[in-house]
Write a new protein. Sequence first.
Lengths: 329, 410, 529
Amino acid sequence: MGSGGSDRSRPVSRSRRPGSASSFLLRSPTRPLGAPPLPVERRTGVEYDTEWARRYPVRLARAMILDDLTIPTVRAVARPRTFGRDALERLAGPVIVTANHTSHLDTAVLLSCLPPERRHRTVVAAAADYFFDRHWKAALSAFGLGAIPMERQKVNRRSADAAAALIDEGWSLVIFPEGGRSPDGWGQEFKGGAAYLAKRCGVPVVPVHLRGARALLPKGGDGIRVRLRRGEMEVRFGAPLWPSEEEDARRFSVRIEASVALLADEAESDWWSARLRAGAGGSPPFRGPDVSPWRRAWSLPESADPVSRRSAQPASHGAETATEWDRRR
Amino acid sequence: MKALVFERQLARFAASRVAADLAGSGHGVGVGPLELLEVDPPALPGAGFVRVTPRLSGICGSDLATLDGRSSRYFEHLVSFPFVPGHEVVGDVAGGALDGQRVVLEPVLGCEARGLSPLCAACATGQKGRCERIAFGTIGAGLQTGYCADTGGGWSAGLVAHESQLHPVPEHLSDEAAVMIEPAACAVHAALGGMESGHTATGGQRVVVLGAGTLGLCTVAALRAHALPGVLVAVAKHPEQRRLSRLLGADHVVEPDEVVRAARRLTGSMALPAGGGAIERLTGGVDTVFDCVGSAASLETSLSVVRPGGEIVLVGMPGPVKLDLAPLWQREVRLRGAYAYGTEETPAGPRPTFDLARDLVESAGLDRLVSGAYPLERYEEAIAHAAQAGRRGSVKIVFDLRRTRAKEHL
Amino acid sequence: MSPRPGFVLEVDRSTPPTLFWHGEGFRLERLPAGSRVVYAPEPLAALADPDAEIRRALEHPLGDSAPLRSLLRPGMRLTIAFDDVSLPLPPMQAPDVRQRVVEAVLDLAAEAGVDDVVLIAALALHRRMTDDELRHALGERVFNAFAPHGLLWQHDAEDPTNLVLLGQTDQGEEVEINRRAAESDLLVYVNINLVAMDGGHKSVATGLASYRSLRHHHNVRTMQNSRSFMDRHHSELHSSNWRMGQLIAKAGVKVFQIETTLNTDTFPEQFRFLQRREWEWSLRDRAGFLASSKALERTPPELARRIFHSIRAPHQMTSVQAGEVGAVHERTLEHVHRQQLVQVEGQTDILTMGLPFICPYNVNSIMNPILVACLGLGYFFNLYRGKPLVREGGVVIMSHPTPWAFHPVHHPSYIDFFEQVLAETTDLFEIEAKYEAAFATDPWYVHLYRTSYAYHGVHPFYMWYWCAHALAHLGKVIVVGGDRAAVRRLGFSPATTLSDALEMAEDVVGRDPTITHLHTPPLLIADVT
């Protein structure tokens, strides 16, 4: 055994010695302990700066995508019918559009149903921890949807200021006051962010109800299969709500939620009976019955249920049995 | 006289390796450095040496590995060229105190055979296998007769041996029984662990023996003879090996891909899954695994069925293998080599391994493991048969130097 | 045209060859002249409006029971247990009967304002069901309403915190069942009665029980004295379950039993010929048979298995009854007998049967040799009332490839049972005494039963015990076309062809034996006089 002499006998070349000039140039440098820390350059989450997405060229690209790609796709998948859009069309200046939230389809459908001039001058408040947590997601959301980051629960000063500034510049805002998609198909409590911004900037709130999104693309979780189905949605715009002087943001928020609940009732029944019920104080609860989870799921309207009972039954069966009884009624 | 001689010729060495890889073990012989030659009988190297005329000489797994070019390079210093292979020998003595007697050879060349005095610590206690001066002395380097240029070896018409290496064979034992004493001694030594070891497979333990060639079968017999319940054997596919394992006392005999599941059943242990319902390894396991195969796969299997704190005994010469030692470390498993023989600690006091082996050969009927005998002239067939013994329903193949034709026993 | 009853054909020279099932495939065999073939009755008409019938049954219960509506009130604890994946066979086309019934029950529960509802798959010691299997059985609506909230349970017979010992019967049989079920204000059981063995008190007493309870009737002695399983008045298995059921009722567990029966419309369009009598095969049927059997010859076993296990049967509900367990079950049995009974005169020396690819314990899985034995000697042998079809000391010839193959996820303890236990002995009593306890308590099998999709460690033993009556009764068991080593391991005799098998049988029953072939599935019960 035995190869030639040990490595110690060979002189180490100058460039290999640690600390020499060329080793520094060839490797990334080590930081001395006393050096001050580097400033953080890229920000994600709420601090992400979406200004670049509102520059003219980017806006143009986004508008083209919205008109030529998103809207045809939405029409093919969801075939939305709109109701009550005239009230919105008569409004000039920025508005805050608030809608119920059950599906990832909501934003695309809502933007598609806005009047054309307005839809290109709209930003969408999107959850900072979901759409803006990674840099590429943030860029994609800002570019594709015109999204701005916002906290789900309680809007902090920074995002509030940013949103208010945009509204003052003339941008309309789409915001889902529930803070996130409904886990079970019923509505959740409306947070105060939309109401606060409306009061601060003095702009009206347009309540919207989206019916049937959850049946097409439900929120997954715990065994619920997520599959995109085709179907028909309905988008109902309600009468615009102006904040009043005496009302604080909290109470205004309750009023906004009541309007959306009314629209929901309208969607399942009709305009007049919904109003009658609202007048009598008995609108069916937007947030669903206060009972156990299975009963809440059981009492969902068909439009909110990805698997409605009727669709599970075959159109005709018993045709293969000996009887010829005609079952189609 | 005729002898099979192993020359140091690198080119032929390499060629035999290639041939073995391509055509299978044992087929490298034709192009390898082993040749049948007319040579002079070896000279007596010194006092105490006598001549031995072999009757039967066994072919061992280590011989096969050497002929295939697969043995470890570790042995290069422990071997002197040219040598005559063959270390499992029963033959007749000419000269000295045992003149005219039939003897079996204990091939380890320790201090005594090497004319070294005083004896090293190991040889002094009868543990010749652990001799500390294995490459020095009056004869050339060689860990055993059959690897040494100065002693000759069993695959010839004559060799020389030191009187301390020879054990007389009782009348009533056949030549076939006698030739099995040496492999049985390896098995006994592995089973009993030598005097110092202390951590041996004793009564009440659950044991797996991997491999059912000659050494595996002898190990089963040795373990059974020294009172061991719950022995489980993994066998390489071959039905004849399974039959013999059962006869020699294995409680359960399974095929290699079933051993993990069988060990789990035996121990009631929990297991870590491998996906699709298969088991990768046990979290408990058996107390001791005797690995008589010595491949990377068998060592991995051993590690997956031995319990934390258990022991794996490597019986029989392994090749160089690559092994993940993480399970060994995390589960505090002992990996111990069992080489050759010496003196064993028994309830009746220390006894030479060869004596215990002789008793074992008789009590377990190990002579039936000799499946075929060939004359030296048909050495290529003999070695090919030995290499494929399992598949061909055979166990031990020997060279028969008493007759001229080959004969199959089983 | 009303469905024709079953009948016994006597084979003569103008009889076409008879269809034999052979695992994932089928063969045509020529039976000697003079053999009998028992054909099942044709499928009865299904209910025209099953949902309405279900609602009606819930409103008008049988026996000493109030309508379900009146048993439901707000604040109560309701548990709905349902039969697991071993029924029906083959699995039904959507919507499954359980889906219909459970939705009807939940509608009533929602109306009544019952919040605390849990659904439990009554597995006993079977494997857990996968999400897909649960979706298929219950429908997505029920699944989506219960599973995400952890309200869809699978009975865990090894969970000590969820078992309760209710007491012992007068024969010393311990009754230990699912705690949630026992402590509910109302336990609704949704059952599918494919064969006469199912249902009645067996639903709760077995389906929701633990090993401690089950071993009192799932043992060799009980099985040998169940003659047959399909006839509860002569079945020790059922007597034991009935005692346990009565103890459960006395312990205060209120059970509202809903039982349903299915017709025997077992095979979809492309396998229609399997339903028909051979001399009535149209050109399409014959072409279908030829095409299928040729294609299957070339198909690798894995793929063939997948094809067959994806069959969804068109069988439909023929009756539904609800209310008190005993009364409901009597009515159910009437319906089962109406669909399945065939009058057969006299026993036979040799009974032949072709075994299909599926039994209750290998749904979406592999039929290993133990299950082959169980299907042939446990189920098919026992499809009788009165006397067994084959005489004592007679021979059963089964046709199945009997591969030495096991599903390692579903049947891990079966592998060990086959490798270790059957290699030692096939004697039932010896197996029970020496090995059952170790397998039943092995922590690894318990772990796999509770967390994976494995049958319980003791389950292969039950499969073997299921053959107890047959093994005591018969002189010889022959398997045609099976893996020789596997068949021998079972203790049976392998034969390559049916004629070889008949010759081997003659050594036992003598020359010129009488031969009867059981042409099933579709299912039938032989009423032997």
